[in-house]
Structures are given as structure tokens and as C-alpha cells.
Design a protein around this ligand. Structure first.
Ligand code: SAM
Length: 271
């Protein structure tokens, strides 16, 4: 693996990614579908949380989904098979050493991957090189700095900051969502358009309280507890107080907000 990966590969992380995908499908995917016959590369597919949605929404497009982790690719394949998908092929591959010919894809899709990379522009430029002229690149990223909630809590913000700091120490950037536009432009994409996708959660939507606030966001922060303590950026009491306050936002009077960023750009057409 060429890049450190803060969130790990254990089953709880896989379950979290599945919960996240289920709850956020409409918010993130409603405007993504690929025409029949088109050839799509999904880079960094992980355990296939987005793959199943992508392939189901574009049943006559053909997907190649790759990830640097062979275990994740195997799990993604199992999930795709279980969903009865026949339009996806999986391959273990590193974005920085992809075994594909230039301009061999009509579209590229990348979700929650750039935040883990120390060279995100280089990754996007490599993927851009695989697009045919006029093809599209879709990139989705979160941004931990976009989190706010009620009741507000400095302990909770500090716990979130632990993840941001660990990601930084690992060479990544947990605040990358806000940078999608400049990154995509720098990588050479044209007609780039970024749309913020805010998820707003209050107790009138128990599915979101559970799927987003509890099982996705808070679980993600809780997942870095040991590493953050080990790295000396927090202590158990301070961290646990932050997690308690994040859970507090799931109460009847609690509110939680987070923004994803979705960018779509185009490969330069020949003159
Ligand atoms: C947070 S997961 C996202 C997975 C999936 N896209 C999703 O939205 O559920 C990030 C994935 O990027 C993969 N990844 C990180 N660096 C990579 C690289 N250099 N090449 C390919 N995949 C990479 C990791 O193995 C991991 O599966």
C-alpha cells in the first residue's frame, strides 16, 4: 500500500461504510448515472459500499472497480455477487500504478479516497489521463471541519480534531472536501462544478440519527480513540467526554450537520 490508511480495514469499519452508503445514497448518488455501454472506472472502491449503488443505478454501463487492498476487493466482489450484479469487474490495483491504457474509460468515479492520499492532485491527474476526451470525473469527499451540532461542545470538536490530526500525520487531509474545486482544476479537469451536499439530522428522522450521526460519524471518530491516545493528542477522559457529547446530539432535542462535497469535471476535448 502506497499510502497510510487511518480508518483501517476491520469488520466494524466495513459495517460503518455500508451503513453510511445506505443512508446517504440519495444525497450523494441521485444525480449520477452512466449511459448504456459506457465504461466506468471506480478508483478506491473499498468494500463496495458505493459500487453496488453505482452499478444498480447504471445497469447497462460496465464498471471496473479497483482498490489497493486485496481484502477489500474480495469483500466488494462478494457484496456485488450477493446483489446479483453482472456489470462490475474488480481488480486489486494502486491508483498510482494502474494497469490501464490512456483514455480507456468514459467516466471515472472516486469517493472518500482523496482524503487518505498525500498526493491527491497527482492521483486525479493519473485518473484524468485514463479518461477519453470529453469523459467525466466525479469525486466525492467529506470535510470534518463542516461539522456542527446542538448542543454545541468544545469536547466534541476536540475529539473530531483528533481524527483530523491523525489523518494529517498519516499524510492525508480530513478537511479536503472544501478543496475539491482547486484540486480538480489543478489536475487538469475542465468545466469543474462542485456542489455541497449537507446532511441535516434531527430526531424527526430516526433513520438519519442512527445511520449518519451514530453509526457513521460518531463511530468514525470513536474509531480513532486508541491511535489518538497513543499519539498523545488526547487523553481517555477528554476523548470520551467528546464522544459522549456527540452521542448527546442524538437525543430528542439534538441536531447534527455535516457537508459532503461532490465535484464533476470533464476531460479536455481535443482541439
Ligand atoms: C474510506 S475508503 C472508501 C471506499 C469506497 N470508495 C466508499 O466510498 O465506501 C478509502 C479506500 O481507498 C483505498 N485506497 C487508499 N489509497 C489507495 C490507492 N493508492 N490506490 C487504490 N486505493 C486506495 C483504501 O484501500 C480504501 O479502501
Amino acid at each position: 500500500m502506497s499510502e497510510a490508511y487511518v480508518h483501517g480495514y476491520h469488520p466494524r469499519e466495513n459495517e460503518r461504510l455500508q451503513d453510511q452508503a445506505g443512508t446517504l445514497v440519495e444525497l450523494l448518488h441521485s444525480d449520477t448515472s452512466y449511459p448504456p455501454g459506457s465504461v466506468v472506472l471506480e478508483a478506491g472502491c473499498g468494500v463496495g459500499a458505493q459500487t453496488v449503488t453505482l452499478a444498480q443505478r447504471s445497469p447497462r454501463a460496465r464498471f471496473t472497480s479497483v482498490d489497493v487492498s486485496a481484502d477489500s476487493v474480495a469483500e466488494a466482489k462478494r457484496r456485488a455477487d450477493a446483489a446479483g450484479l453482472t456489470n462490475v469487474q474488480f481488480q486489486q490495483a494502486d491508483i498510482f500504478a494502474l494497469p490501464f491504457a490512456a483514455e480507456s474509460f468514459d467516466h471515472v468515479f472516486v469517493c472518500f479516497v482523496l482524503e487518505h492520499l498525500s498526493r491527491p492532485v497527482e492521483a486525479l491527474a493519473i485518473l484524468n489521463g485514463l479518461l477519453r476526451p470529453g469523459g467525466t470525473m466525479t469525486v466525492i469527499e467529506g470535510d470534518y471541519g463542516s461539522t456542527y451540532f446542538h448542543p454545541d461542545s468544545s469536547a466534541a470538536h476536540k475529539a473530531i480534531q483528533c481524527l483530523v490530526e491523525l489523518q494529517r500525520l498519516a499524510g492525508g487531509n480530513a478537511l479536503i472536501g472544501r478543496q475539491l474545486y482547486p484540486l480538480m482544476v489543478e489536475a487538469g479537469l475542465e468545466a469543474v462544478h462542485v456542489s455541497p451536499r449537507m446532511v441535516y439530522v434531527d430526531s424527526s428522522r430516526p433513520d438519519l440519527v442512527d445511520g449518519v450521526t451514530r453509526k457513521t460519524f460518531t463511530a468514525m471518530i470513536e474509531g480513532v480513540r486508541e491511535s489518538a491516545i497513543e499519539a498523545g493528542i488526547t487523553d481517555p477522559e477528554a476523548f470520551d467526554a467528546g464522544i459522549r457529547d456527540l452521542h448527546r446530539t442524538t437525543a430528542a432535542d439534538g441536531v447534527f450537520c455535516y457537508t459532503f462535497f461532490k465535484g464533476v469535471g470533464e476531460k479536455r476535448r481535443r482541439a
